[in-house]
Structures are given as structure tokens and as C-alpha cells.
Design a protein around this ligand. Structure first.
Ligand code: MN
Length: 271
């Protein structure tokens, strides 16, 4: 727990530094490596991939990334691969245009622009998940807002916007965020919040660290499932008040390391 707190404090300081260092779009970017990332960070990124599958957030699709610990203009993400199969050797370094620094023939996820454009727009963000989390899909297509109905998902109280790719693209698409412009539009829809839904597609979840973004991804899926059940029972649903959400989020914040260690061990036991 103490370890977690220290890491979070460091992440907070780093995000202030990152805000001053992140290059605006179009600024010259030398595509040289920021150098080897912290091996612990790589290990956590591999674990995050497997945990998100184990917890039913990712399947054969979706991805998770983390900002490089040496350069806020770089992030780390697997080559195009089903998340459950990701190992340290599959992790690649990307610049914020979502171009690989040294692809060496490896292919990249089509929707990598989601990550690059969010890291550019949000200096506070150090980890990003894009998923097709099944229970959130109905909330992206019905106009029923996803809202926090229990303490574990209090972070949803900031509101969960729905990104409509048809509006962003000005017409029909294949639904994928496969260009920098669509990535920017999604980052804009997300704004300062932790979660945005993508109509007819999935969600994007962001956070200040891998444990937090994994926690938020798991409990966004869980809240969506529980909210649909509560709505199906009929009658008005009582959601957390803004004050309850604020206190609950603060209360849970110091304990995120507990499920993270559990989930990590579980994927280690089942390699
Ligand atoms: Mn997708």
C-alpha cells in the first residue's frame, strides 16, 4: 500500500513535468528511441494485458499502453497481437503520432491513434485502455447514461460521454479510430474525464498508472452490468450523489494496489 502511494505521488510530479515537455502536434519529432524503459514497467504492461483478459474486459481485441518512463513524448504498447499472448518481447515504443520508433517488421494496432492523441491531450494520463467491454455497449447506443451506482465505480461521477464516430468523421466509417484526426476527436470527447464510450464499438479508459487504469476498466465493465440489472428491475435507480462519489473515490484510491497484486498473481499462475 505504501509502495502504491509513493508510486502515485511520483506519477503526480511526473505529470506536471510532462505537461511542460509534451510536444504539440506537428512539432519536429526525431524518431530516436527514448532508451530502454524500466523493466518493471514493461512487466506491469504485460501483466495488464493478461489481467484485462482474465477480468473479461479484453478478448482477442483491444489494447493497453503506458507512457514511457523516460520521455513523455513516447508510449509503450504491444505489437498487433491478442492481449493474452503479449510478452515483454512484443512491447514496442511509439511516438505521439502513434508511429513505431523501430518497427523491425512488426505490425501495429490499427487504432493506435487513440493512445497517441490522448497522451498528447492529457499530460496527467500515464496509461490508456481501449476495449470492447461487452456490458458498456448498450450504454453507447441507447442514450441511457452510464452512472456510478456503487462505491467501486465512483470515478464515473465525472460523467461518461459517448463518442459518435459518425459525427466526428462526417459520415459512415468502419467504426475504427484508424486516423490521427479521429484519435483527436475521441480525445476531445473524453476531455478531462477517466472514461468515454464509443458508440457501437467500446470504450476508452485512462488513468495515472497501469494499476489505476486496469482498476477503472474492470469496474466500468462491472458498473455497466450492475446498472443494466438495476434498470431491468424497474423503478428509479439511486445513484451515488456527487458528495458520495467524491468520498468513495478518495477512500478507494489508497487500496488499488490490493486487487492489482491479486490479479497479477492470478495471471502469473496461469501463464
Ligand atoms: Mn476497437
Amino acid at each position: 500500500m505504501i509502495e502504491m502511494t509513493r508510486r502515485q505521488l511520483m506519477a503526480g510530479g511526473a505529470s506536471a513535468l510532462a505537461a511542460a515537455l509534451i510536444r504539440p502536434r506537428g512539432a519536429a519529432s526525431q524518431r530516436t528511441s527514448a532508451g530502454p524503459a524500466d523493466p518493471q514497467l514493461i512487466e506491469d504492461l504485460v501483466a495488464a494485458n493478461r489481467i484485462l483478459v482474465d477480468q473479461g474486459v479484453l478478448d482477442g481485441y483491444g489494447h493497453v499502453s503506458v507512457r514511457h518512463d523516460r520521455d513523455p513524448n513516447r508510449f509503450l504498447m504491444s505489437r498487433s497481437l491478442a492481449p493474452e499472448l503479449v510478452t515483454a518481447a512484443d512491447i514496442m515504443e511509439y511516438d505521439l503520432d502513434a508511429e513505431p520508433v523501430d518497427a523491425r517488421g512488426r505490425s501495429s494496432y490499427l487504432e493506435r491513434f487513440i493512445h497517441g492523441e490522448i497522451y498528447r491531450a492529457r499530460p496527467d494520463v500515464r496509461a490508456v485502455v481501449h476495449d470492447h467491454s461487452p456490458s458498456v455497449i448498450p450504454f453507447g447506443v441507447t442514450g441511457a447514461p452510464l452512472r456510478p451506482l456503487y462505491h467501486m465505480s465512483a470515478f464515473l461521477a465525472a460523467g461518461v460521454p459517448v463518442f459518435d464516430i459518425r459525427a466526428a468523421a462526417g459520415g459512415d466509417t468502419d467504426m475504427l479510430v484508424r486516423t490521427p484526426a479521429l484519435g483527436r476527436a475521441l480525445a476531445q470527447a473524453l476531455g478531462p474525464r477517466p472514461v468515454a464510450l464509443m458508440r457501437g464499438h467500446g470504450a476508452v479508459v485512462v488513468g495515472p498508472s497501469l494499476p489505476v487504469v486496469v482498476f477503472r476498466s474492470v469496474y466500468t465493465e462491472m458498473n455497466a452490468r450492475l446498472q443494466a440489472q438495476a434498470m431491468a428491475l424497474g423503478g428509479p435507480v439511486t445513484y451515488l450523489s456527487p458528495g458520495e462519489a467524491q468520498q468513495a473515490e478518495a477512500g478507494v484510491a489508497g487500496t488499488v494496489g490490493r486487487p492489482w497484486e491479486l490479479w497479477k498473481q492470478r495471471v502469473r499462475r496461469n501463464p
